[in-house]
Design a protein around this ligand. Structure first.
Ligand code: MLT
Length: 266
């Protein structure tokens, strides 16, 4: 399905019956909403789950460039408005976590629970910014295939697995312009760390034990700052922990969301 939000067509899916509490899931970079399929199925029996393709990725349009991270937050809030979602549980993985953190900082009244997965609250270091600049250049020069192939071993502990092959194909199906804009948006994101102490919603932080891109120490730092936040470190998983340890990921997320008592949709 598609909805026009902020002047662009966003591709989205809703899983689960009407009247259940909403859970909104934001995928990572450079993925699509398809990376949440197992979680949408697992949660869809008890919740109403919204997944969408971030602008410029998957089947969503890109619109005028450049678009900062704030535009991705606008899309989240705009989609929620368009679908009549007043309040929801929010789940974000990696770049999705950056968007989720900023959305909670900007519009805390819209969210009743927060699950941050394999992500971080601080902005890019100078080294990170230069890495993004090099990646953007590579993408504009036609190097998408090499870029995602080199990225895969950093995302999964078993890049050669069936899940790895699927993830690679999915990343290859994205467009260079959308990926380049996402990199620039992440490069320019703000530091949410100072705001974490004022976050007042139930929070679960999930991380793969072998996540080298956003290592567990970063998750521990978030948990130490958000009052009452809890940590789940998943064995046998690297950065995309929902794909590598789906059973443990879904169990932790479901238990958390049930406890959070998100109000049922009107
Ligand atoms: C992601 O998985 O969304 C990205 O690796 C995050 C990043 O590049 O900072």
């Amino acid at each position: 399905m598609k909805l026009q939000v902020n002047g662009i067509d966003l591709a989205y899916d809703v899983h689960g019956s009407a009247g259940r509490p909403w859970v909104v899931m934001i995928h990572g970079f450079p993925f699509t909403r398809a990376t949440w399929s197992a979680q949408a199925a697992a949660l869809g029996g008890e919740f109403r789950v919204l997944t969408w393709d971030l602008r410029g990725l998957g089947e969503s349009g890109l619109g005028p460039l450049p678009q900062p991270l704030e535009a991705y937050v606008d899309d989240l809030l705009g989609l929620m408005d368009a679908l009549g979602i007043r309040q929801a549980g929010l789940v974000g993985l990696s770049m999705g976590g950056y968007i989720a953190l900023r959305a909670v900082q900007r519009a805390p009244e819209r969210f009743r629970a927060l699950a941050l997965c394999d992500t971080r609250s601080d902005p890019d270091s100078d080294e990170g910014k230069l890495g993004r600049a090099a990646a953007i250049k590579t993408l504009h020069a036609g190097g998408l295939d090499g870029f995602v192939t080199a990225m895969l071993p950093k995302l999964l502990r078993r890049p050669e697995s069936a899940a790895g092959r699927e993830l690679l194909a999915l990343m290859r199906s994205n467009h260079a312009a959308g990926m380049a804009n996402a990199l620039a948006a992440m490069q320019g994101r703000t530091d949410i760390t100072p705001a974490l102490a004022s976050f007042a919603l139930p929070t679960l932080v999930i991380v793969g034990r072998e996540d080298a891109l956003t290592p567990p120490a970063l998750s521990e730092a978030i948990v130490a700052k958000i009052p009452g936040a809890r940590l789940a470190v998943l064995d046998d998983a690297a950065h995309v922990s929902n794909l590598e340890a789906p059973a443990a990921f879904d169990a932790a997320l479901l238990a958390f969301l049930r406890e959070a008592a998100i109000p049922a949709a009107a």
